[in-house]
Design a binder for this molecule. Structure first.
Ligand SMILES: [Zn+2]
Length: 429
């Protein structure tokens, strides 16, 4: 069986998988990102995934930015021990395989284009809305990376040249309005009382939806890596050879594509477990459940629960409300006017960015993922209204906005697709 090695590197989590041409995960493992000695941890993870599996033909890496594709180096914001780190060369030496690198948000876009909500789009923008805002473009089916790998940096597009100063040094950046921490900050400045509305409304306590994005897909919010409760790598058993031989369709259904088709439901995870082929989605769901208590204790932008999701079924005592995007989403769902206004403000900034990007490159669709997007209609409903208001030209108005369907696996899928693309013997989908 031919496969590639996909690697996803974030501030909280390292993930690696062997992925076949259909997007099925043959083996995978994850572990928390250590503060130091990251390359040692990555090498051990890669060895674990490759040991006993089919030999991969190439490696694709998605890494938290900034990245420099010209030199193959990375300097992830929340990985202080990596500054100008020659990741591409280190992985190439480790695996002795052709290795390709891109930013994690670019891989998110590519993954959604390959197997997720952006499948079939001729011109796609992928946006990760979390503790920061990242993005990636796939135009005519090809990822637009840019000379140094910084194309698609939509979080720092200015939607108001007279707006607030951004941490990047620019002014009026989308991130200043739409990232989780900035939404919570603005709400607090406007006298938001975290958790008051959702408690009064008798909502269920927040919990992490299965398979949804982790607290920090961009790797910007948790320098200690404490948000990931995963303490050991989870080596996944290779799918039984019998299953491989008997049912390619079944094998396909056990990989990245099935969750796309059926949604990231608990039944999905159960079915995968029964099929004895554990996917990254399942591993992440387990880790998210473990990390839930920890995440709630951290005043950071955490995954807000979707107001409409079935995931909100766990009956637990309310934890202390944190002034974060997760609580903000709960309060907005409960009708808190400040929380609702914070999501409207965020949505309007995103709409301005989407309209501008659509006008520049004629987008056909936008896929939005990341922790804040897990708020679901709390975000997407005002986003559709804002887009209706700010867009004019028919080709801009026709842009479709969709929620990520791959969740935390999108970047890993994109990294796999990068590897397939650069391998000359493989015809890419
Ligand atoms: Zn900025």
């Amino acid at each position: 069986m031919t496969c590639v090695l996909a690697i996803d590197i974030g501030g909280t989590k390292l993930a690696a998988a062997l992925v076949d041409e259909a997007g099925s995960i043959l083996r995978s493992a994850t572990r928390p990102t250590p503060r130091d000695e990251v390359m040692s941890a990555l090498a051990a993870l890669v060895t674990e995934v490759m040991d006993g599996g089919p030999p991969p033909v190439a490696v694709g890496i998605g890494c938290a930015g900034p990245v420099d594709l010209a030199s193959g180096t990375v300097s992830p914001v929340n990985m202080p021990s990596w500054r100008g780190f020659p990741l591409r060369e280190e992985v190439r030496k480790l695996t002795m395989l052709p290795t390709v690198l891109a930013g994690d948000a670019q891989c998110f876009a590519l993954g959604e284009h390959w197997l997720g909500a952006g499948r079939g789009c001729s011109s796609l923008l992928g946006v990760v809305v979390s503790t920061g805002i990242g993005g990636g473009l796939v135009l005519d089916g090809v990822p637009l990376l840019g000379p140094t790998g910084n194309a698609g940096h939509v979080g720092h597009m200015s939607i108001d040249p007279y707006g607030e100063r951004c941490e990047c040094g620019g002014r009026g950046c989308v991130e200043r309005y739409s990232s989780g921490p900035n939404m919570a900050r603005w709400a607090l400045e406007n006298n938001w009382s975290p958790g008051a509305a959702s408690r009064a409304n008798g909502s269920t306590p927040p919990t992490s939806p299965q398979g949804q994005a982790p607290p920090d897909p961009q790797g910007k919010g948790d320098p200690q890596g404490k948000g990931d409760a995963r303490t050991q790598a989870q080596a996944h058993a290779r799918m039984p050879a019998q299953a491989d031989a008997q049912a390619p369709a079944q094998a396909d259904a056990q990989g990245l594509t099935q969750a796309d088709a059926q949604g990231l439901t608990q039944a999905d995870s159960q079915a995968l477990a029964q099929a004895d082929a554990r996917t990254l989605a399942q591993a992440d769901a387990q880790a998210l459940a473990q990390a839930d208590a920890q995440a709630l204790a951290q005043a950071d932008a955490r995954t807000p629960p979707p107001a409409h999701a079935q995931a909100l079924t766990r009956a637990e005592a309310w934890p202390p409300a944190q002034a974060d995007a997760r609580t903000l989403a709960q309060d907005a769902a409960a009708g808190d006017p400040i929380a609702v206004a914070a999501f409207q403000r965020s949505a309007r900034a995103l709409a301005g960015m989407i309209a501008s990007t659509a006008a520049a490159v004629e987008l056909t669709a936008v896929v939005i993922g990341g922790g804040v997007s897990a708020a679901g209609e709390v975000l997407f409903e005002p986003l559709r209204h804002a887009l209706d208001d700010v867009t004019g030209l028919p080709f801009v108005r026709s842009v479709e906005v969709r929620q990520s369907s791959l969740g935390v696996r999108a970047s890993l899928a994109g990294a796999a697709q990068l590897a397939w693309r650069q391998h000359p013997s493989i015809t890419t989908p």
